[in-house]
Design a protein around this ligand. Structure first.
Ligand code: ASN
Length: 304
């Protein structure tokens, strides 16, 4: 790796911030009663995702195994054992090569994925705000030299963060409302109530408002885009089956999930927060690749 002295110093500053942010998030969650799970890297089933992402599959012992795209189903199963779980979970998503230029995508990244048994949207949104503020406070306190070196004046947002419904945001800002709002806002904000067809089948449809999901995305200000996405979950087998069918997916691929649901999956809610995007926002970096020492950028080769 041929980095100039300044590049090396910058990278070291970013990595120190990242390490502090990870430590702060872990400390916060353990204090809140969460149990850390070791990540799942391969599984017979993984997150279908709603956008068109090629599957990464390996063959082992005569079966096909997906590389994890998110630990969603494992988190849902895990809360039957421990009430609150989290994992720093490596994800592989084979995004189109042109996404290498968005500044927001890596095809290998880590998300802090968490889930709470019997959790509600309201509780999880509060948790997300407190978690983010704790991390920002800690980094400001312990990494002022690094932030100064990176020229980043990191603001501390006040709770509660503003909330927009998907419909309201779309009406006011058009189809790319997320990017436009993110560029305009000066504080992190939520988008809630996504229509059922734009999200994955596992986010719970509001029984009181058919067609609307009980989900939530947190978006960074200053144009940095999505911070976290999460939702209450479908946990009843008949609901999961219906949602799978409505999205035209093959139920056989989700056999393991359906069997777990037949045995009794607990109700839960959770979210995932991308670590490289968090560090990009904290440090004010142009691209998420700068938050990794060995980045995997869609469409870009790597020597190591
Ligand atoms: N981690 C997200 C969630 O908890 C799912 C995802 O990454 N697609 O909802």
């Amino acid at each position: 790796m041929l980095l100039s002295r300044t590049e090396r110093e910058k990278k070291a500053a970013v990595l120190r911030v990242e390490s502090e942010a990870i430590g702060a998030a872990r400390e916060f969650l353990v204090r809140e009663g969460f149990v850390e799970l070791l990540p799942v890297i391969v599984a017979p089933l993984t997150d279908p995702l709603r956008h068109n992402t090629n599957r990464a599959v390996i063959e082992a012992y005569g079966s096909h195994w997906h590389l994890t795209r998110s630990m969603i189903f494992h988190k849902q199963a895990a809360v039957a054992v421990c009430d609150k779980v989290f994992s720093f979970s490596p994800n592989i998503r084979l995004e189109p090569p042109e996404w290498g230029k968005t500044g927001r995508h890596l095809w290998e990244f880590v998300q802090l994925d968490l889930e709470v048994r019997d959790g509600t949207r309201k509780e999880l949104m509060e948790l997300g705000e407190r978690l983010l503020i704790h991390v920002l406070e800690r980094v400001r306190e312990r990494c002022s030299t690094e932030l100064g070196f990176l020229g980043r004046n990191l603001p501390l947002p006040a709770r509660p963060f503003p909330v927009f419904t998907y419909r309201e945001a779309e009406e006011r800002f058009g189809p790319d409302f997320e990017i436009r709002l993110s560029a305009e806002m000066e504080t992190p904000f939520w988008i809630i109530d996504f229509p059922v067809d734009v999200r994955e089948f596992y986010d719970r449809e509001d029984p009181e408002r058919p067609g609307i999901l009980l989900d939530y995305d947190l978006i960074y200000p200053e144009g940095y885009g999505e911070a976290l996405s999460g939702g209450e979950r479908e946990y009843l087998p008949e609901r999961i089956r219906e949602r799978i069918a409505r999205q035209g997916l093959d139920p056989a691929q989700y056999q393991g999930l359906l069997e777990l649901a037949e045995d009794g999956l607990p109700p839960s809610a959770g979210f995932g927060i991308g670590i490289e995007r968090l560090v990009r926002y904290i440090c004010g970096l142009p691209h998420v690749a700068e938050a990794r020492l060995f980045p995997r950028v869609p469409g870009k080769p790597s020597m190591i």
